[in-house]
Design a protein around this ligand. Sequence first.
Ligand code: MTE
Length: 311
Amino acid sequence: MEGIKSSEITPEHVYLSRRRFLAGASTLAAGLLLDACTAAAPAPAGGSPAAGTSDTVQPPADVLTTYEAATGYNNFYEFSLDKENVGTVAQGFKTSPWTVQVDGLADKSRTYGIDDLAKAFPSVERIYRFRCVEGWSMVIPWLGFPLASLLKEAEPQAKAKYVRFETLFDPQQMPGQNSDMFAWPYVEGLRLDEAMHDLTILSTGLYGKPALPQNGAPLRLVVPWKYGFKSIKSVVKITLTEETPISFWMASAPDEYGFYANVNPDVPHPRWSQATERRIGESGRRRTLLFNGYAEQVAPLYAGLDLAKNF
Ligand code: MTE
């Protein structure tokens, strides 16, 4: 299963991807088949309207965000609250040696060195839309591997219902953690079935390169149908639990941030609408799509759940 369908990829996007394909074939997901897209002109997203059909009901095509924007406009409160300054403050962040502990309700708890992890779970490329709860969005070519591969190796026990993730706690390296404005470390959580979904990845890089510190090196979660804050950075611990994990944002502002955080244009944030978003690099705003455009793949996970109550 791929992130954005090949039919949604624009020619420029394909061109860039083609170049990356030529530069590093081994990093590409077999399922993504970006090179195949060059064989035919991509159809507009959501169908193939006859020539001349108004495109007002079609979402505009997704174009890759520039590398400069993806690495120069970041949220990573451990380093800075100023998005354009995170990269500078995070420069020199030590990402090796690094370990990731997988524990909790699992028969095979284990601590991986980051290099062993990379060897055990080779990274592939996934191009995903990425929508921040603040109302901006990007399209990012991630390198990573399905979280499910790692969780299967841990052998979750029957009682395990959730997965809890934790960022490194190191106030010496992460100056923001010296502030008592927040309860550190940053924590996130997913239901086990969300965590096992093929779209959910642990990312090691982006744009065919290893991740920079500001993007959550050496390992960050990416859950493309949820608001960006679920995609926790610089992960050191992954724990299978029976109880719902309390995330960093649930603890900070429980009236504003729930456990699910599924992208949903119909459920406003208490202080702003979520109906539209600003795609970084575009002028104007575009309509936000339910589940960030991944409804076909993930809506069944929420059958029968009131999305307004379970926000
Ligand atoms: N993870 C940690 N540890 N600390 C953070 O402050 N910010 C989150 C998420 N993961 C954050 C984090 C938010 S609010 C967003 S929108 C994304 O990271 C931003 O990811 P990006 O900077 O790679 O675009």
